[in-house]
Design a protein around this ligand. Sequence first.
Ligand SMILES: [Zn+2]
Length: 516
Amino acid sequence: MGYGSVSPASKRISVTYSTTAHAKALQWLTPQQTADRTFPFLFTQGQAILTRTWIPIQDSPGIRLTYTARVKVPKELMALMSATNPQERSIDGSYTFRMDQPIPAYLIALAVGDLGFIPIGQRTGVYAEQSMVKKAAWEFADMERMLLVAEELYGPYRWERYDVIVLPPSFPFGGMENPRLTFATPTIIAGDRSLTSLIAHELAHSWSGNLVTNATWNDFWLNEGFTVYFENRICEAVYGEDRALMLQVLGRQELERTLADLSHEGHVHDTHLRLDLSGRDPDDGMTDVAYEKGFAFLKMLESKVGRPKFDAFLRSYFDEYAFQSMTTDAFLEHLDVELLAPNKVVVDVAAWVDGPGLPIDALIPNYTGFNDVDDELARWLSGISAGELRTADWNAFQWIHFLRHLPRGLTQDQMTELDNTFLLTQSGNAEILAAWFEQCIRNDHDPAYPGLDRFLTSVGRRKFLLPLYSELMNTEKGKLMARTIYQQARPNYHAVAVRSLDELLVWKDNKPTVSF
Ligand SMILES: [Zn+2]
């Protein structure tokens, strides 16, 4: 049969197409934008609706497909996909890939760079640029254990291998759960394994999200709420209950801030678990609500029936709906039949799913470990010098909690004292840096601005960019600084970050709409 003869009986259609370098899913990096500064780099980001910008495809999370691919790249570079992957460079730059398990289009992914590979365990390993790969392998040493723990909790891992690739810093997200190969930001490499809950999160998506997938982006909480719950369970099993509770408290702080912001901006409907994104870019619905309110809902359910029953419920949910998509209505029906009715549990599901904010039956994480931090902060504010505070054994989470709770209106001397004593501007932990810089902007602490400028021009992770630019936009001086930095940094950000920041900084058609 020749081209053009498609009939109702056609079983196979060939589409010949080419895409442009400007497809929004693709980010092309110059050698200067990579860690090793020798070769260029390319990566894709498909979620939510960007796969259609480089592949002509029915791009809905409710439609699944398998794929094979042949990719030819310059022979100095290695290509990887969300599929079977090489562990060494090929001689001529040709690679073939297979993804035999059916996945939604947003999980098709490609990365190309000068990459090395180090195995962690039998089924796990790390890819990164040559100068990063050893550091990354050390940081993620717990991956194999996380995989075993996850399987013990909720059943077999169905994707064969689980590898992680560490991308250059412009990657817009913390991680993206591309199947078989999580894409990760280098900002989780802190040198102390403190930020590896992100790996637990992306691994958990191998069940919630990749195996049982939200049918539409209005059902996004089914992907993320379940994944945050699962992530927390992995962290509890690997690092202990203390770590899991700390993460819950910090997550709740972020949720409360997001709920306040959304209500303040008049988007109270976006605080519902079930979203209505008709006519909008589904990326607008990707807030902490799906993650942390979704988590709070599952945590409340767990408390009602007890952990053994809740675990059995989740495990059978993943088994029963493996490689299928799920709507909020279908899940609620399943929840009622399999968990609530048999255990005679009554909960106000509607208040959680179709109501605003955090319902009254949400649990408050029962954690007293930050009390010491609050005490030290109070001591410092009462006049004790920073050097006398008992901070020697604080971990990254305690520092984040401390920094988030600094009051407004600190003097330059106080900010300088903190920085000189604790070397905050020089922190190698991106979460600590971001929390510190936010306070520097709020208290107009000039000496930190060169560091802030460096951070904003080198890191493309939207989670850090949005709060920092938002804080800058609160004052005239900050606005000027935000626009000056953004003008320079914008070409280094991925399209999904640019879209959010253009709105925030009132940029249109690639230019500022106000002169400055
Ligand atoms: Zn996620």
